[in-house]
Structure formats: C-alpha cells, structure tokens
Design a protein around this ligand. Structure first.
Ligand code: OXD
Length: 308
C-alpha cells in the first residue's frame, strides 16, 4: 500500500517519519511537483495543488490534515473517493480555550486592565452581569459543540445555530435560515465556527452583524471569507460593535497594511486557534487507513454535496 503526502506550508519530514512508524509496511512518499509520481492508494494532504490529484488517479481515500476542507472542495477531486477530515484530533480543546479566552477577556475587560497596568494604575472595573453577554455559536460540529459546552461552564447564556437542528443540553438551539435572524438578535457575542461553503461565504456582513445586540463582539475562528472586513470595521467605528478577536483572514498571512492590524478594538492572532497536532493526527489517519483496508467504516467522511 502506498501513501502520498502533499501538504503545503508543512514540514514534511516529521510527518513522513510518523506515518512510516504508524503504518509499517506501507510505502510513504512525499509528492513533489514535476517529479514522476508513483500511484498511491491514499493521500494525506493540506491545500494541495490540482496537479497532485491529476497525478494520482488510483486513490482510495484522501485525508485532510485539518478540520476545514474548503481548499480541497475548490479542486477537481477524483470521483467517488472519500475525503476524510480530522475528527477532533486535539483541536476541539484548543478551540474551546481560544474562544473562552476571547469571551472572558472581553467580559472581564482585561484589555482595559492591561492599559491600567501599563500606567501603574490600581483600579477596579464594575462587575458586569453574565446574563448581558449571551454568546451565539454558529456551527455546531465537533469543534462548535465543544466550544458551546465550554462556555456553559462559565455560566454565559449560550445559543447555537446550525444548518439542521442540534440539541445540546443547556444551549438554546436555532436552526436554518428561518431562525438565523432570531439567533443573531439573541446574541451579543458571535462566534463563527462554520465550514466555508458558498452558502456561508460573507455570512458576517453589515446586515447580519447589525442584528447583534448593541456592544456586540465578534470572534472568527473559521475562515476569513466568512467575514466582510469593511463591514466589521464600519460597525466598530460606528459603535454598534465593541470589538473583535480574529484568527483567520481572507489573505493569510494578513498583509502588513491591512487595517485589522492597527484597529484599536481588533485583536489579531495568526490562524493559531486550533493547530493540527501531528502525533494525534497521524494516529487517527493511520487508524482510518487500516480500517479502510479491512473494509471497516470510518468517521469524518466529508459530504461532497454539503461541502463539509
Ligand atoms: C483547519 C485549520 O481547518 O487549521 O484545521 O484551519
């Protein structure tokens, strides 16, 4: 059995070593543009070029070393070959840390304390009421569900919005387009954990963000293209929104001239909210390849018609 590895912006050697150790007997190969590719049974990829799939006509499975498959969905993929995304693999706890940090930082006004600290000022902020910070989580997959459950631990009112209804204890559920506006109106903090599809592209724009309760706060940990950048800035400058913490951008790395870098109420992080953990991912991928070789079912297969 042969596995071909083609991951953009990823140090290949440790992955190749890890896959060799986890799949003894398999031929693990690094795909290189322009070089003659030997036909592989499985592909391990991250943002591969179209040329990769053009050179691999016999694949039985495509493993994406991340949660989001939007980069893959733009390519012409071999028909009928399952695309498998990482199924948590240590990402959901990181996502929960990031989002809870952002919500708590905003709620407890730690940004303000940072400034006071720099001025050596000892001053307390008036405690705020948790009930006044309802958090809406868009996207209730593996990551979104973990985030919603984690926020509940801090007693924030939590709302969830998903394409189809999803019941999570303690989370007020909203589903589909029909309930989207009601979901936004009920939220002051908006967390985006949606897959990027033609339907969710630009979902955070003036008309939708304007529905958030005044003093809204936006946390985007999904994809940059979910957000219309100028609309966010306008709503911050007009005072409808209080701030934003953004981990993902339309262009990454975020260009140095982009206004997000310097906006006083935007916190930028470099697409780091939930990193792919190599060891966990290799164990998961190797386990799934072994299961497929034995004809057993596996979890995490992308539904091509939905795009995630
Ligand atoms: C992912 C990501 O999709 O890191 O896993 O963005």
């Amino acid at each position: 059995m042969r596995v071909s590895f083609c991951c953009t912006d990823t140090k290949a050697e440790p992955w190749l070593q890890g896959l060799k150790a986890a799949l003894p007997g398999a031929d693990i190969q690094l795909w290189q543009p322009g070089a003659q590719a030997e036909p592989a049974d499985y592909a391990v990829v991250w943002a591969p070029p179209q040329a990769f799939f053009d050179s691999q006509p016999h694949l039985k499975g495509i493993f994406n070393i991340g949660a989001g498959v939007d980069a893959l969905m733009k390519l012409s993929l071999p028909k009928g070959v399952p695309v498998v995304r990482l199924d948590d693999a240590g990402m959901s706890v990181q996502m929960a840390e990031y989002v809870c940090h952002a919500v708590i930082r905003h709620f407890r006004e730690f940004d303000v304390y940072d400034e006071e600290l720099r001025a050596a000022r000892w001053a307390f902020r008036k405690p705020r009421r948790r009930a006044e910070l309802p958090v809406g989580v868009m996207g209730l997959g593996v990551l979104g569900e973990r985030v919603a459950r984690s926020l509940l631990q801090f007693d924030f009112p939590v709302m969830g919005w998903s394409r189809t209804p999803k019941a999570i204890d303690g989370v007020q559920g909203f589903a589909g387009e029909a309930q989207f506006d009601a979901f936004l109106r009920a939220s002051r903090v908006l967390v985006c954990l949606l897959p990027l599809t033609p339907q969710t592209q630009g979902i955070m724009r003036r008309v939708t963000l304007s529905l958030l309760q005044p003093g809204g706060y936006v946390i985007n940990v999904a994809r940059g293209a979910h957000l219309v950048d100028e609309d966010l800035i306008a709503l911050l400058d007009e005072g409808h929104l209080a701030g934003a913490m953004l981990d993902v951008f339309r262009t990454e790395p975020l260009p140095s001239e982009h206004p997000f870098w310097r906006h006083p109420r935007i916190t930028v992080t470099p697409h780091t909210s939930a990193r792919t953990l190599r060891d966990e991912s290799i164990v998961q991928i190797a386990g799934k390849i072994t299961a497929m070789e034995h004809g057993e079912p596996i979890a995490g297969i992308v539904d091509g018609s939905r795009g995630y």
